[in-house]
Design a protein around this ligand. Structure first.
Ligand code: AMP
Length: 401
């Protein structure tokens, strides 16, 4: 029997998300989530996606990531899809930070794990959970290839002049300070999918990808290669996000230290957790913000306008970086679902060749689609992202190499 299944694990600080795919036909067999790991009432939701499948939900204390992965294994086992199945080809792990060392999916051995650990100082919120996920999966199936797929990998093609900050080179190099970019798996998948939607190869098109979820980032992709992206050393830089500020003058930090007497940890929490949309208007859900703007809520209107202003600036900047833009693609929770954000981001950019057709923009669909009028100079697309599928494809290609 050929092993054609790939289990994709996305271990966050207090959650594990997973999907099981069969790469023989690209179908998804199961998916689920363990959340609130370490709390008294952890929650485990498992869905069997094959015909006749259903969803099971349980709650109870799940002490740590190791127990969470064992719970995932038990759920899959109950559906006859257990980790000991000979059909399982590999386990793919989303790893947030691969630094400059990891430019492609990598089979994990002890050395690779040590390298990922060495990157913890630049990804303190994310890499530790990813490492625990990999360790536990290795314990459960030591004989199976465990493959790390890095969020930063797609951006390692950025030219030096896009990746470097204009700060003292020796200091930057000593502390590995540069722009790494994140959401790379999504930017890679969506830029390729957008090319296919236009009936072209990735090499033939230049695309601006706007990944607008709770975290948000933009990238400029020239002929399938990332040439610039909005997130930097950490996922804090760039667009306005659900709870993160995105770009600010770094002197705000000195000011808050000297004038407001805030500690570095307090400022870190302010910029990462209490800024962005939530800091501006108290809500980070775009549905709620749009609803409030319709009622004339001024704080929500201002938050929406600040969010859109930043988006427009990045569309303009990346139009300049690319020289010629074939498509702008909206993806992730806000990008895929919020017609008002898409309309507002494109409004007034006709001079750059961008137009959104109001009728097409209003259609709700989970399919990749164009929302610009036929014959537009720049195609505007809505492309649902699928990071799990992209990870599974990369993992499967590597283990069958
Ligand atoms: P993600 O991080 O990609 O899961 O995106 C999550 C965000 O997407 C939420 O915080 C909402 O702001 C946004 N979102 C989800 N569904 C909708 C919707 N139907 N309309 C507008 N925004 C949405």
């Amino acid at each position: 029997m050929t092993a054609t299944r790939v289990l994709v694990l996305n271990s966050g600080s207090s959650s594990v998300k997973y999907q099981l795919l069969d790469m023989a036909d690209g179908s998804k067999l199961a998916m689920g989530l363990v959340e609130r790991i370490g709390e008294a009432a952890s929650r485990c939701v498992h869905t069997l996606l094959t015909p006749g499948g259903s969803t099971r939900e349980q709650s109870g204390h799940i002490a740590d990531h190791s127990a969470a992965l064992k719970a995932v294994a038990a759920e899959l086992d109950a559906d006859g899809l257990g980790l000991d199945s000979p059909e399982l080809a590999a386990i793919g792990h989303r790893v947030v930070h691969g630094g400059l060392r990891f430019t492609a999916p990598t089979v994990v051995d002890d050395t690779v794990l040590q390298e990922i650990e060495r990157l913890v100082p630049v990804a303190p919120l994310h890499n530790p959970a990813n490492i625990i996920g990999i360790r536990t999966a290795r314990e459960l199936r030591p004989d199976l290839p465990q493959v790390a797929v890095f969020d930063t990998a797609f951006h390692t093609t950025m030219p030096e002049y896009a990746a470097r900050y204009a700060i003292d080179v020796a200091t930057a190099d000593a502390h590995r300070i540069r722009r790494y970019g994140f959401h790379g798996t999504s930017h890679a998948y969506v830029s390729r999918r957008t090319a296919a939607l236009l009936g072209r190869t990735p090499e033939e098109v230049n695309v601006i990808v706007l990944h607008l979820g709770n975290g948000a980032s933009a990238s400029a992709v020239a002929g399938g290669v990332c040439v610039d992206t909005s997130m930097g050393l950490t996922p804090l830089e760039g667009l306005v996000m659900g709870t993160r500020s995105g770009d600010i003058d770094p002197a705000v930090i000195f000011h808050l230290t000297r004038v407001a007497g805030m500690s570095i940890d307090e400022i870190d929490a302010l910029l990462n957790k209490n800024s962005g949309l939530v800091g501006l208007c108290g809500d980070n859900d775009m549905r709620e913000i749009v609803r409030r703007t319709e009622e004339g809520d001024e704080r929500a209107e201002l938050a929406f306008d600040i969010y859109v202003q930043r988006l427009k600036k990045y569309i303009g900047a990346y139009t300049a970086v690319l020289g010629r833009v074939d498509a702008v693609a909206f993806t992730a929770g806000v990008g895929e679902n919020s017609a008002p954000v898409r309309a507002a981001a494109a409004a007034g950019l006709e001079g750059l060749g961008l137009t959104v057709d109001a009728g097409l923009n209003a259609v709700r669909s989970d399919k990749a689609r164009l929302i610009s009028p036929e014959g537009s100079r720049v195609a505007v697309a809505v492309v649902p992202t699928d990071e799990e599928r992209e990870i599974a494809q990369q993992v499967y290609a590597l283990v069958n190499d």
